[in-house]
Design a protein around this ligand. Sequence first.
Ligand SMILES: NC(=O)c1ccc[n+]([C@@H]2O[C@H](COP(=O)([O-])OP(=O)(O)OC[C@H]3O[C@@H](n4cnc5c(N)ncnc54)[C@H](OP(=O)(O)O)[C@@H]3O)[C@@H](O)[C@H]2O)c1
Length: 240
Amino acid sequence: MATSLVSGGSRGLGLAVVERLLARGDSVATFSRSGSEALAALAAKHPGRLLIESLDAADASALRGFVERAAAAFGSIDHCIANAAIAHEGVLATATDAEIDAMLAVNLRGSIVLVREAVRQMLVKAEQPSVTLVSSIVASHGSPGLAVYAATKAGLEGFARSLARELGPRGIRVNAVAPGFLETDLSASLSADNRSRIIRRTPLGRLGLPADVVGAIDFLSSPRAAFITGQVLTIDGGAS
Ligand SMILES: NC(=O)c1ccc[n+]([C@@H]2O[C@H](COP(=O)([O-])OP(=O)(O)OC[C@H]3O[C@@H](n4cnc5c(N)ncnc54)[C@H](OP(=O)(O)O)[C@@H]3O)[C@@H](O)[C@H]2O)c1
């Protein structure tokens, strides 16, 4: 049975990924700053297969401890899904140092440190290991008001491509998914105008749902994707 790490599993896309990976039989370890009833319900439904911790992705030593405890609890780390992220929307000229630092610390540094710790475990013991990073379509296409967030996601895509080359010879695959706008808390502040504009230019005619992205993450972190690495998979209803 595989073990998967998922950051930011309390809600939104991360919660949907945790649910899918549990359903396919994985043991899952996840964290966020606060818990959620939905996550607690999944733990009750899958006794002994879901480890939930409360920690801040900006804290590197907390991430190290989390990965070590997950490996001790389940015996190995086979898949790592770096999903946790924050977005402070606003034009760059008004962005504060604290907002810039927080996005870099959580989205970019937090993901890199989590993956480093997971890879250290994978190099010791893992079954067909993989890393999947959650990027965003704004990394390649841009969006006004999201320049810093986009920079963190573009950073993750570069990280994925280089790491795939570095770890391919060790049998560890590294990919990213780049969703378009999804119906989650993160996009709740989207104005009605922006929302209709995005829907108008999306051939499939709607915003994405976490369920639209989960299938791709399930696939990329499975033996079905055994010869796929260094890729960024866009999931945006054809908008880009
Ligand atoms: N929603 C979209 O339109 C969209 C589009 C493209 C890509 N994405 C990407 O998809 C991923 C999931 O987004 P989402 O929409 O599901 O977001 P969400 O609903 O806001 O959920 C984010 C998750 O990350 C956790 N998190 C945030 N900051 C954290 C921190 N400092 N430490 C630990 N956990 C933290 C949150 O829990 P706590 O707040 O309790 O910590 C929550 O579990 C992100 O990487 C996002 O960039 C989203």
